[in-house]
Structure formats: structure tokens, C-alpha cells
Design a protein around this ligand. Sequence first.
Ligand code: DGY
Length: 318
Amino acid sequence: MGDSIAVTAPLPGSALERLAARWPVRVREEPGPMGEEEMAAFIGTATAAVTLLSHPVTARVLEACPALRIVANYAVGHDNVDLEAARARGIWVTNTPAVLTEATADLAWALILGVTRRILEGDALVRRGGFHGWEPSLLLGMGLQDRTLGIVGFGRIGQAVARRAPAFGMEVLYASRTERSGAPGRRVELEELLASSHVVSLHCPLTPATHHLLDARRLALMRPGAVLVNTARGPVVDEAALVEALSSGRLGGAGLDVYEREPEVHPGLLGLSRVLLLPHVGSATVETRSAMADLVAANVEAVLEGREPPTPVVRGER
Ligand code: DGY
């Protein structure tokens, strides 16, 4: 059988048309997450799968799809893909780094500003007719000038967030396995970062080592009144412990773009006014999502043509 491509969701831009001009392409039109069985049935005999972060590519899925040569994930994160199982089967795994860095860093700052300046509360007050004129003590937030921003994970996105910090007068601390020189910031241990930062922004990948990295104990190390921002992956934070830290008033607020059991949101977060909740839109600009689709297509094209793909995570052999 010849090559064919299974795409688990429609993608913005014209990349899929480009692929469809050369190979049979099947696109799953129904939105929403998929389980293992549905994934295996959908990919079937395809030689290339384009997958979303909400679609699990497990060992069972890979085993059930023996013709697969590449899993091209439409995300920089690849925690939905069993990399070891792909490696063992000689299947390429690719992701979409770099093209989404600036958009995601911008959104992290939107959350930082949105929470510290109480943007949602102000908007809600105006809409319900509660604005009766300027008041000295109305909706006072936290100023950022001369405060400390703690960045957990100092890869491309963490560094892009750091580069924006001097414009707001913030000092940057970062926690990372390695020393990095591409952005302003001083490397410290995670515990020191948590204890010193007025705003903590998460930018590490989700791995077994970072699952619940911010658990109840580490959340308790954060400064009283500090703000937590998460545009990385939900399970990096113990969401129940976060709800507790916010409800008790120990933390000053949170800006979340990702959730522990996405797309479910912990019900305890929904009633909290100092929490800004977004539906995983860190990379959601027209330009970025098209660039991600172009990169996915370039990865698929390369493997189906027998070349090395531009952004491999796992080197395949097929
Ligand atoms: C990613 O790429 O990992 C983001 O979460 C979605 O763009």
C-alpha cells in the first residue's frame, strides 16, 4: 500500500492542502479529545499521523498502527506521545518548536498583567453597571516595577518571557537544569525562586520529573500574595493544592491556560475572582497556528520522501 496521512483535527492555513495534493489525507472533523481505541481506529493503515496534544499516541496505538512512519505532533510539547514506544518501533516523532515561542510568551504576559491588574474583575464590574466614577481604592492590584519574576523552565519560551521583563522593571530569577545566557535572569534553585518571586511563571515540559512539580509543599514555599501563571502543562501543578492555596488567600492569584485534567477545569477554580482562566490558547494567533501547520507538513513531507524531518524529537528508521 502507498503512503497516506491521518490528521486528527482540521488545521489552520493551507498546509494540509499542500499535503493532500500529493498523498491521500484523512482529517477527523469532530472536535474534542480522543481515547486510545479511537486513535488507533482513526490512524489505521496510515503511514503518517498528524496529532494534537489532546490525542494520546500510546504504545497500544503505535502497536495497532504498524504502517506508521511518522507521528507529527501539532505542538511543541509531546507528552501525549510515548517516545520510547516510538523509538522501539523506529517511528519518527516530530514537534513544532520555535514558531510558537513569541505568541506563548505574549500570552504568559497577558496573564501576568491580567491577574496583577485585576483586568477581569474590572471588566465584570463595568458590564454589570458597577462603575460609578473614579475611586482612589477601586480594584487596587500589584505593581510589577521592582518586583521579581520567577521563571521555571528556561528554554525558548521561558527565555522569551524573561526578555520582556525589563520593560516592566522586573528582575528575573530562573530555575533550569542548565545555565542559559540567551535572556536576562539569574539561575537559582527552585525553592529559592519560589520563596523570592512575586510572580512565578511555568515554562517546563511535562515529564515524570515535572509532574506535580508545584505540589502543596512547594506552593507553600511561595511568597504570601504571589501570583502563579501556567502556560506550560496542567499536571505540572497539583490543581487541588493550588485551589487550596488560592482559597485560603495565601496566594494572590493565578493565571491558567492549562489544566491538570484538560479540558476539565477544577470546580474550585471557577468561583475564584483573582483567577484568570483561558482555554489553552498560548500559541493561538493566526500567524503562529499557520506556521505550526507548515512545520508539521514539512516534517511529514520529509519523512515520506525519505529525508530527515526539520524538527525531530525521536529519530525514526523508516
Ligand atoms: C504546545 O505547542 O505544546 C502548546 O501547548 C500548544 O501550542
